[in-house]
Design a binder for this molecule. Structure first.
Ligand code: SF4
Length: 132
């Protein structure tokens, strides 16, 4: 993979991924991307976006027009986290850099404020509490 496109809020989802998701193929794709990142932590291959990304590719909620079924909500998540992480969408980051930025700017209060209406909230909260 030379370029992995990632929605801004997926930088948070990645921290708490425990092989749970919308269906088998979505989980498989998510796991493969995580394996790639973990094997290449310094490779600057990640570009941040606020539209559908490589994780969305196999998601049953991705629509034909390249939008998410819950576009309004996921835009809210992306914009809220972008205001905190301040990613430069013109450059590429390594997985290590993304993790550093996310872990240094995220805490449980911010996560609870932004993500409380997400269906995965309780699963992520349990995972995030272990690393924060
Ligand atoms: S729910 Fe929407 S934003 Fe989340 S992975 Fe699926 S298509 Fe992408």
């Amino acid at each position: 993979m030379t370029l992995v496109v990632l929605r801004t809020h997926h930088g948070v989802c990645m921290q708490s991924f425990v092989r749970k998701g919308y269906n088998k193929i979505f989980i498989e794709n998510f796991s493969n991307i995580m394996k790639f990142f973990n094997s290449n932590p310094l490779y600057k291959c990640i570009k941040l976006t606020n539209s559908c990304d490589h994780l969305c590719e196999y998601c049953p909620n991705k629509l034909y027009n390249n939008k998410c079924k819950y576009e309004k909500f996921v835009q809210y998540l992306d914009n809220s986290y972008q205001a905190i992480f301040n990613f430069d969408r013109k450059r590429q980051y390594s997985f290590q850099e993304i993790n550093y930025i996310v872990k240094n700017n995220l805490n449980i209060n911010i996560f609870e404020t932004i993500c409380s209406n997400c269906k995965w909230f309780y699963i992520c909260k349990k995972s995030l509490k272990k690393i924060m």
